[in-house]
Ligand binder design. Structure first.
Ligand code: SAH
Ligand code: SF4
Length: 341
């Protein structure tokens, strides 16, 4: 039976209309689910009995379970168990300006990036919209917080689960859903070019981040298999088209791997590649894991890299490190055995 959290409001409206029920009932149902957070249809007291019965016949109010929770002063990490016993995770980050949550989009990831825990575990399946929405609902309920921004940067490649991600975005952006502003939502992709093109037609002003991680094909081929399908030129072309169409600035993610992509030459090459584009570069300190040889770049390397970009007119920031002590990098909690405990 369909989990009701899978439905964007427009789908709920068409479900109602097919039964000759007025579309504003969808707003009421949404309020019960996302504002009052009821756990059963019987609690939806302003709906007619017949509608409640019809809802019960067609939908269930699904759930996910919190299995492990790790906490440090700046971050909080959850490992969830889904109804089919698979496990995924989400990280809560506390900023001065609010609380952001990093959600997973798939169970495992098929992209197989050489440095990433999530890619080490092959994809088992895509997450349904409800399973991504529920990560947020459970966190708000458990931690007694209101989430102000969301990044899809946990386990999985969101654009390899495109349709469900679009539904998820509609649900959390809906004013009667979680009401998270589009500008407070970021989707990160390893660079699935056809989906970047498709996403440029999506009407919400969601932020797009691209995991570039290398300034040329030679290096990118070594660390990201996807580059053999969509080379850097193809990817940059797609980003340019996206910017031209949406007028939005794109984030370029660049994880700093010692001796791999952090040389002065790499920095200059990156400047050349991105010059004149409406992008900003986010340098990511690598979160080392026991499964890979990769090391994080030294502070000196990182600072030098930063300065080269900065002096050459590329807007650049360094990502704050969140909870590295609590295995906060994508996939780490799950990879430590939490997945099959
Ligand atoms: N699959 C998407 C989103 C999830 S990964 C993507 O690749 O963009 C989110 C970001 O974390 C990506 O930029 C990814 O390259 C990066 N990442 C993966 N493992 C990491 C690690 N151990 N330390 C730091 N960043 C990592
Ligand atoms: Fe998948 Fe992203 Fe990890 Fe690559 S970096 S394996 S695309 S989750």
């Amino acid at each position: 039976m369909t989990n009701i959290y899978d439905l964007p409001k427009d789908e709920l409206i068409s479900w109602l209309e097919k039964r000759n029920i007025k579309s504003f009932k969808a707003v009421q149902i949404y309020e019960w689910l996302y504002i009052h957070r009821v756990k059963s249809f019987d609690e939806m007291t302003n709906l007619k009995k017949e509608l409640i019965e019809e809802l019960k016949k067609n939908f269930r109010i699904g759930d996910i379970e919190i299995k492990v929770k790790e906490e440090c002063d700046t971050a909080l990490k959850y490992l969830f168990e889904l109804e089919d016993k698979n496990r995924i995770e989400a990280v809560v980050m506390k900023h001065d300006y609010g609380i952001s949550v990093c959600v997973s989009s798939q169970i495992g990831c098929n992209m197989g990036c050489a440095f990433c825990e999530s890619g080490r575990l092959k994809k088992i399946r895509d997450l349904n919209p409800s399973e991504i929405v529920l990560q947020l609902l459970k966190i708000e309920e458990d931690a007694h917080i209101k989430i102000s921004s969301v990044v899809i940067m946990g386990i999985g490649e969101p654009f390899d689960n495109y349709d469900n991600i679009i539904k998820f975005l509609k649900i959390i952006n809906d004013p009667k859903g979680l009401a998270i502003g589009a500008r407070h939502i970021t989707v990160s992709t390893s660079g699935l070019v056809p989906k970047i093109k498709e996403f440029s037609n999506f009407p919400l002003q969601i932020n797009l981040a691209i995991s570039l991680h290398a300034p040329n094909d030679e290096i990118r081929n070594k660390i990201m298999k996807i580059n053999k399908v969509y080379s850097i030129d193809t990817l940059i072309e797609a980003i340019k088209e996206y910017i031209a169409k949406t007028n939005r600035r794109v984030t370029i993610e660049y994880v700093m791997l010692e001796g791999v992509n952090d040389s002065r030459e790499c920095a200059y090459e990156l400047v050349k590649l991105l010059k004149g584009m409406n992008v900003y570069v986010n340098l990511i300190p690598y979160n080392e894991t026991s499964h890979f040889e990769f090391k994080k770049s030294s502070t000196k390397r990182k600072d030098e890299f930063f300065e080269i970009l900065n002096k050459n007119g590329i807007t650049v920031t360094v990502r704050r490190e969140f909870g590295s002590g609590i295995s906060a990098a994508c996939g780490q909690l799950r990879a430590q055995g939490g997945a099959n405990e």
